[in-house]
Design a binder for this molecule. Structure first.
Ligand SMILES: [Zn+2]
Length: 87
């Protein structure tokens, strides 16, 4: 199954190949689609509901060890866009 990580949204364990890696750049949480950005990552299912749940629980700052001031608008916009494309 390869490397397994917990989704910060639904907290189920999943192969990293099925999850989106998110990292911090400055104060911004950004998707690491290529999975090459060094540093701590937060993993989430690439689904609106998992991202929404993660944002609601402030799981990104917790997973990324940043207590405050994280800008999650890039992640929100990323999934809004994906949703539009799929819908
Ligand atoms: Zn999930």
């Amino acid at each position: 199954m390869g490397v397994v990580r917990m989704c910060v949204g639904c907290r189920q364990r999943e192969a990293t190949s099925s999850l989106l890696r998110c990292v911090v750049e400055g104060v911004r949480v950004v998707p690491d689609v290529s999975r090459t950005i060094p540093g701590r990552g937060a993993w989430v299912h690439p689904q609106q509901r998992c991202v929404t749940a993660a944002l609601k629980r402030e799981a990104f700052p917790r997973a990324l060890k940043r207590s405050r001031g994280l800008d999650v608008s890039t992640i929100e916009a990323f999934f809004t866009k994906e949703n539009r494309l799929n819908g």
